[in-house]
Ligand binder design. Structure first.
Ligand SMILES: Nc1ncnc2c1ncn2[C@@H]1O[C@H](COP(=O)(O)OP(=O)(O)O)[C@@H](O)[C@H]1O
Ligand SMILES: [Mg+2]
Length: 272
């Protein structure tokens, strides 16, 4: 029934609306009063140290989890791409993309989506024979072929080598321009956030502690005018100056000075 879905009727002109959301795991507040709106077609990057609640927020937006308190509204048409491609190993690339696709000619749409991500020549390849970048592009094709209004990306490039990452950045931007979904991209990479996003958010202990508008002309490149200034602001918002807090340094089992005599005598024995 058209318009009956609460997400459609209540979202208004937003693609995402998160209101005073908390998510507790036992005594841990993974999210602690999060407010977030994403406009249709807006590209938002989400940064923050490990354990700050990024994946918890993404899982709520994906509908894989529910908030403890508060309100999450998202479009029904949403897709997630994770760090690992999560392809079915016994299906080919095109079968993975077309699987469960509820539209006419699913195989033709899957073929077109794989062509869009540059995998026309790998349609019938099995996941085990795909490179990391190819597998991730297949996962992207599987998401895009469903025309999502919201694309959720949880560190999708983190496991890829540097050159493949750069190619993926260009691909993601081209696909975003063509399909214009709202995007939430979780990344640890400040440059990645500034190359791609309209807005960069920082999450710390379950709270959004910074929101930085990335008003750089597109297409973007590292070091273009304004880039370094934003980079500095974002790094300081993440707290890079104190990335290693004393409580995060693992205790050493033996103090180096205690070890020293045995190291010296071992060396002496070798030299003797
Ligand atoms: N299913 C879960 N059960 C218990 N604790 C969880 C669960 N998921 C996440 N947490 C905790 O919530 C906090 C935020 O985790 P997460 O959202 O995965 O962080 P991030 O993605 O920023 O690294 C962490 O303290 C984590 O241990
Ligand atoms: Mg995470």
């Amino acid at each position: 029934m058209k318009g009956a879905h609460p997400n459609r009727t209540e979202l208004g002109d937003q693609a995402v609306s998160v209101r005073t959301v908390t998510r507790h795991f036992g005594s841990t507040a993974a999210l602690d009063g999060v407010e977030l709106s994403i406009a249709p077609g807006e590209f938002v990057a989400l940064l923050g140290r490990s354990g700050s609640g990024k994946s918890t927020l993404l899982r709520l937006l994906a509908g894989l989890d529910s908030p403890t308190t508060g309100n999450v509204k998202v479009p029904r048409e949403r897709m997630v791409v994770f760090q690992e491609p999560r392809l079915l190993p016994w299906k080919t690339a095109i079968q993975n993309v077309s699987l469960g696709l509820a539209r006419d000619n699913p195989v033709e749409h899957a073929r077109a989506a794989l062509a869009e991500v540059g995998l026309e020549h790998r349609l019938h390849a099995y996941p085990a024979t795909l490179s990391g970048g190819e597998a991730q592009r297949t996962a992207l094709a599987r998401a895009l072929v469903r025309d999502p209004k919201l694309l959720l990306l949880d560190e999708p490039f983190a496991a890829l080598d540097a050159l493949t990452r750069i190619r993926m950045h260009r691909l993601i931007e081209a696909l975003w321009v063509r399909h214009s979904p709202a995007v939430l991209l979780i990344t640890h990479d400040v440059d990645e956030a500034l190359l791609l996003a309209d807005r960069a958010l920082v999450l710390d202990k379950g709270r959004i502690t910074a929101a930085i508008e990335v008003d750089l002309a597109r297409p973007r490149e590292l070091g273009q005018p304004g880039f370094l200034g934003l980079r500095k602001r974002l790094l300081s918002a993440i707290g890079v100056h104190d990335v290693v807090r004393p409580e995060e340094i693992p205790p050493t089992r033996t103090a180096p000075t205690e070890n020293l005599p045995s190291i010296v005598s071992a060396l002496r024995r070798q030299l003797a």
